[in-house]
Ligand binder design. Structure first.
Ligand code: ADP
Ligand code: MG
Length: 450
């Protein structure tokens, strides 16, 4: 027998032992689609809620360059508010989303007066700074402070802000990196901090640090990928523009030397004109395909659009010695999309088919109703096919195997299909040919089944 079990307890108020409940809440933070700040606040909630460790208040300091800066301070402002918050947090069935909402509410009341108090606090992270609370991260130790006002190492401004004699400093460390610090106290219950609470809080600190580190690494990676993509695009465009420019420059110089006869002058001018067209085309494709702004999909007559594209392609097919054969179901229902963009999608697929297949070969275009909700259009060629290693890259910008390709056509097609809730599939075998299949959502309401 196989039984699927949920990964994480969906319920914040678990009946499990509190260590397990706490572990469950903290680890859930790593999987939640909320902001890093929201998820960190949930970790603070776990440290302050009855089912978690049960501290009264938690403050979070984050590393910012070589400083430790005050961030959020979560907890009640008075014993009455403490009672109210604990009541909310012990509601059975409380889930992650409710906790996030609760935290946002806590932080919004009185424009977050508590966090406002710690926001101006900052401590230098230099090794010789031995003041509390920063020593905890410098020494990589959990520090439990008692009788704080008698302890000269406690920073005076910090002590005035926190206003309690007993608190726990939990450094947030990932290997040798300092991610921040959490400071916990029992300002309202006045309960002394127990060794077990210290251990649990330490464990939470390790997990929170790991989470902050991973989140910042992910952020860096996304930025690096974006920069790399931008660099690739710039290199590709430079490469595409360089050749025509060099040709134009060379042939213009020849003309300026004035030694060529009339026939050669004419040939040079024709080449120059051809290269200028090429440049115009690059600029057009970049602007047109990259700036695609999808229109709201509306029902349109796909059959008519297909026929008009096929008719317009006929002269080119004849000039390039290709045959286009079409098989279009006469009873196609209207489909959803932007007809102009869909026309261009079909034109692009047919041109790709031309470019992949040898002279004299046939391209087959078919359109049929698949079921009550889908219409499928296929463009099939008998060309060189797509090797497996190219498959994954087909829809990425600037992927092309053609000397003068831009690699934007399939990306455009994918965007148009995504915008109308359609699909695109490709089937290809090296040396045998390729079939692109587009799935359009159809609108058959009120029509008799065919
Ligand atoms: P481009 O046509 O400018 O190269 P596309 O985005 O239209 O850009 O196509 C990207 C690449 O996908 C082509 O360079 C080619 O390698 C491959 N490809 C597209 N359609 C076909 C096809 N019908 N047969 C074989 N390869 C194709
Ligand atoms: Mg193309």
């Amino acid at each position: 027998m196989i039984e699927a079990q949920p990964f994480l307890a969906p319920d914040f108020q678990s009946k499990e032992p509190r260590e397990l409940a706490l572990l469950s809440i903290v680890t859930q933070s790593f999987f939640q689609p909320f902001s890093v700040d929201d998820n960190l606040l949930v970790i603070l909630t776990a440290l302050t809620s009855g089912s978690g460790v049960g501290f009264n208040r938690a403050m979070l300091f984050r590393t910012d360059g070589d400083k430790l800066r005050g961030g959020k301070w979560l907890g009640p402002r008075s014993p009455e508010e403490a009672r109210m918050i604990w009541e909310v947090l012990s509601t059975p069935g409380l889930g992650y989303l409710e906790i996030i909402e609760h935290n946002r509410w806590l932080l919004s009341r009185g424009a977050d007066a508590m966090s406002g108090k710690i926001a101006p606090l900052e401590f230098s992270l230099t090794r010789d700074n031995l003041t509390i609370p920063v020593t905890a991260v410098a020494k990589k130790e959990l520090l439990l402070i008692r009788e704080a006002s008698r302890e000269p190492l406690v920073d005076a401004r910090f002590l005035e802000t926190i206003g309690v004699e007993e608190f726990l400093c939990v450094p947030l460390l990932f290997q040798n990196e300092v991610m921040g610090e959490i400071i916990l106290d029992n300002a309202f219950s006045r309960k002394p901090i127990q060794p077990k609470d210290v251990k649990l809080a330490g464990l939470c600190g390790l997990m929170a640090a790991n989470y902050i580190y991973t989140a910042s690494l992910h952020q860096k990676m996304v930025e690096m990928e974006r920069m790399a993509a931008l660099g690739e695009m710039a290199m590709f465009i430079t490469h595409q523009i360089r050749n025509p420019l060099t040709t134009i420059g060379g042939f213009t110089d020849q003309l300026l030397n004035g030694q060529a006869d009339e026939a050669k002058r004419r040939r040079n001018l024709e080449i120059i004109r051809g290269e200028i067209r090429r440049l115009e085309n690059i600029v057009f494709e970049l602007g047109h395909f990259l700036k695609f702004d999808p229109k709201r999909p509306e029902p349109f007559d796909l059959k008519a659009e297909l026929r008009s594209v096929l008719e317009a392609m006929e002269p080119r097919a004849a000039a390039e010695n290709r045959e286009i054969r079409s098989e279009i179901d006469g009873l196609l229902p209207p489909v959803l999309g932007d007809p102009t963009a869909v026309g261009e999608v079909l034109r692009n697929l047919i041109i790709n088919a031309f470019e992949a297949s040898p002279a004299g070969s046939r391209i087959e275009v078919c359109a049929e109703r698949k079921d009550a909700s889908w219409v499928v259009v296929g463009v099939k060629d008998a060309g060189h096919g797509i090797p497996p290693e190219a498959r994954a890259k087909l829809f990425t910008p600037f992927f092309t195997t053609k000397e003068r390709g831009m690699g934007l056509g399939l990306l455009y097609i994918k965007r148009v299909m995504d915008a109308c809730g359609g699909t695109i599939e490709v089937e290809s075998e090296a040396g045998q040919g390729t079939t692109f299949r587009l799935g359009f959502r159809s609108q058959e309401e009120g029509r008799p089944e065919t």
